[in-house]
Design a protein around this ligand. Structure first.
Ligand SMILES: [Zn+2]
Length: 422
C-alpha cells in the first residue's frame, strides 16, 4: 500500500507539475495514520457501519439535504483575499455538480448516463454562526501562513498552522455542524480533505483545504499560457472532488485486481488516474473507464458526474458520522427567494475574460430574454431561454470594452454593466 502511494505520488507529480498536484487527501491520511496508528482500526469500523447503513437505507430518502458551509479565507496578499462573488460562484458550482445540473452533464457517455446521480445534497453559506449570530458564512483572516495545505509530518505534534487561530490561521467552526473550507495559497497543492475517521481524533482539523486559484468558477484563465497555474482546474471542481472525499468517497482507481478500493459497485475498475481531457472511450482493467467522474483527476471541463453508488455512500455518511450536518441550524436564516431584482442576478467575473457567467438567485417563471450590447448600442448576443438552462456567454470573440447585459422577464428589465478584457 505504502509503495503504491509513493509510486503514485511520483507519477502524479511527474504528469502535472506545472498545474499543481490535484489532490493530497491520500497523503494527508497517511500522515494522520502515522500520528494515530489506531486510526486504521477506526476507519475499518466506520466502513463496516457504512456498509450496513447502505444496505438498510435503500429506497429511504430524507429529501434534499442542505449542508451549512463556512469559508475561511486566509490571505497574505490582496489577491488571495478573494471576492465574495468567487465564493458565491463556488457554491453555485457545488450545487450544480451535486444536483446533476451542470453544463457538462450532456457530455456523459451513453453507457454511464443511467448511473449519473442527483445526490440530493446542496450547500449554503452559513447564515448563523456557532453562537447563533447572523453571519455571511465567510471568515476573512489575514495570516502569516504562506501555504495553507500542509501534509508534512505532524507526528511530532506540530499542527497545520492554517487551521488554528493561535498559530496564525483560523479555527474551525464546530465541525460537527459546519463544513469548514479553508481557502488560501496552496503552494504546489490544490486541495485536500480529512478522512471521516480523523474527525474522532482531530475534530478541530476536520474539513477541506483548497488553493484560492482553483476556488470558484474562474472562466478567465489564460488558455494560451500552458504555465497558467489555474488553467485546467478553473471551474471549481477541486472543491467538488474534495467534498466527495469529505463525504467518504475514494479515488476510483488502482483496483484492477483484488478489493474494490473505492467500495462502490458502479464505478468501473480503473488502473490509474486520468489527467487532461480524455476522449471516449478509455479502457483499463478490461472495461470502459469513467474518466468523467468527479473523483478522477481529469480537467474540470471534462468532469460531469457522481454515480448512484457514490450517492448512496455519501448519504450513508450523512446518516452516520456526519449526521450533525443534517441537524445543523447553520442555514436557518436562509434568505427567502428574492424577487426578480438587481440582487437576484450575478454576473462574473467582471471584467470578463473569455466568458461571462450568470447566476440567477431567484425563481424566474417562463423564459428570460438576454441581450448583450456594446457602447454603440449594437447587439452582440441575444438568447431567449429558461433561466434554469442559461449559464454563460462566450465573450472570447468580443472586442474589448464596456458592454451592457439586459435581462427581460415578467415585464421587468434588469441591466448590468460589464467590461470585456480578452
Ligand atoms: Zn482526491
Amino acid at each position: 500500500m505504502r509503495k503504491f502511494i509513493i509510486l503514485f505520488l511520483f507519477i502524479s507529480n511527474f504528469i502535472a507539475p506545472s498545474n499543481g498536484q490535484r489532490c493530497s487527501t491520500d497523503e494527508l491520511y497517511e500522515q494522520h495514520l502515522q500520528e494515530f496508528p489506531e486510526l486504521a482500526e477506526r476507519a475499518l469500523e466506520l466502513e463496516n457501519n457504512l456498509q450496513r447503513q447502505i444496505a438498510t437505507q435503500a429506497g429511504q430518502r430524507d429529501g434534499v439535504i442542505t449542508i451549512p458551509v463556512v469559508v475561511h479565507i486566509l490571505y497574505t496578499k490582496e489577491e488571495e483575499n478573494i471576492p465574495e462573488l468567487q465564493v458565491f460562484a463556488q457554491l453555485e458550482v457545488l450545487n450544480e455538480d451535486f444536483r446533476l445540473l451542470n453544463e457538462t452533464v450532456p457530455n456523459i457517455p451513453g453507457e454511464f448516463k443511467s448511473l449519473a446521480a442527483d445526490t440530493e445534497i446542496e450547500f449554503c453559506l452559513a447564515s448563523l454562526d456557532p453562537d447563533g449570530l447572523p453571519t455571511t458564512g465567510i471568515n476573512r483572516v489575514e495570516t502569516t501562513v504562506e501555504t495553507i495545505i500542509d501534509v508534512t509530518n505532524t507526528k511530532s505534534g506540530r499542527r497545520p498552522r492554517a487551521l488554528y487561530t493561535e498559530l496564525g490561521g483560523a479555527d474551525a467552526w464546530d465541525t460537527e455542524h459546519y463544513l469548514n473550507i479553508w481557502v488560501g495559497e496552496g503552494g504546489q497543492l490544490l486541495g485536500a480533505a480529512t478522512n471521516i475517521a480523523v474527525s474522532d481524533f482531530l475534530p478541530e482539523e476536520d474539513g477541506i483545504v483548497i488553493d484560492y486559484k482553483v476556488f470558484g468558477n474562474n472562466c478567465s484563465f489564460d488558455s494560451s499560457n500552458p504555465d497558467d497555474p489555474i488553467n485546467p482546474y478553473n471551474l471549481g471542481r477541486t472543491a467538488t472532488h474534495e467534498i466527495g472525499h469529505y463525504f467518504n468517497l475514494r479515488h476510483p482507481w488502482g483496483n484492477c485486481d483484488g478489493d474494490d478500493k473505492d467500495f462502490v459497485d458502479d464505478t468501473p475498475r480503473q488502473a490509474s488516474p486520468y489527467f487532461g481531457c480524455p476522449s471516449y472511450p478509455q479502457m483499463s482493467c478490461g472495461s470502459s473507464d469513467m474518466y468523467m467522474n468527479f473523483m478522477n483527476y481529469s480537467d474540470d471541463a471534462c468532469m460531469s458526474m457522481f454515480t448512484q453508488g457514490q450517492k448512496e455512500r455519501m448519504l450513508a455518511t450523512l446518516a452516520g458520522p456526519r449526521a450533525g450536518l443534517k441537524e445543523s441550524v447553520g442555514c436557518a436564516l436562509l434568505n427567502a427567494p428574492q424577487p426578480f431584482s438587481d440582487e437576484a442576478i450575478l454576473v462574473y467575473p467582471n471584467p470578463a475574460v473569455n466568458c461571462l457567467h450568470i447566476d440567477f438567485n431567484a425563481e424566474i417563471p417562463g423564459d428570460i430574454d438576454v441581450e448583450m450590447y456594446n457602447s454603440l448600442g449594437q447587439v452582440v448576443y441575444h438568447i431567449v431561454e429558461s433561466s434554469r438552462n442559461f449559464r454563460s456567454i462566450d465573450t472570447s470573440k468580443f472586442a474589448n470594452g464596456i458592454y451592457f447585459v439586459s435581462f427581460r422577464a415578467a415585464k421587468q428589465t434588469i441591466t448590468k454593466t460589464v467590461m470585456v478584457m480578452n
